[in-house]
Design a protein around this ligand. Sequence first.
Ligand code: GRF
Length: 217
Amino acid sequence: MVRLGVLVSGSGTNLQSILDACAAGSIDARVAVVISNVSSAYALTRAQNAGVPTRVVSHKEYPDRDAFDAELVSVLKGYDVELVCLAGFMRILTPGFIRAFPGRIMNIHPALLPSFPGLDVRQAAIDHGVRFSGCTVHFVDEGVDTGPIIIQAVVPVYPDDTEESLRDRILKREHQIYPGAIQLYAQGRLSISGRRVLIQDHHHDEAACLINPSLDF
Ligand code: GRF
């Protein structure tokens, strides 16, 4: 069982998908602790409902990012966390944090990286006119949304999409791929080679293809 530490700041639907996958036994992991930097985050209630320990570590109570991150590391180590999962955690981690969990921090991002890193990416995708967007689970490195990509899911973007409708379409897939990425890690099947994440014993579908708009006109 891989011990997970999940870092959150908000509603925690991704956390919920991880908790549900653990409870269902579909991933060989358990959530050892959930840490939020925001005390009102609904994600904390989700964790408590699942009987998982929670901690609030507010960035406002630390003089700088290094001190805040040092406290996060100390809480995570205190719960013997092996893999750190960022799930809507709205702080950028320092190099010191990243070095404390080398190759053992994942993040989920609501776009197809390396397109649309950063914030407000669903509206940015709509405004750019892309025909597809999606979500990405990646290992975290010292940049923002730049680390090696583990899994992506693709969804179409339609002309009448709003930020909300696209968010919901993407979120549904986030909830599939995050537990999936954790399970690949738990099975020891992921290795990092430069920018690439290699997955042991995985078949691929030569015929996979999505076209949007469809060609039936
Ligand atoms: C998700 O869109 C995720 O991709 C991004 O932050 C959001 C978190 O949502 N990193 P939730 O708190 O898991 O519902």
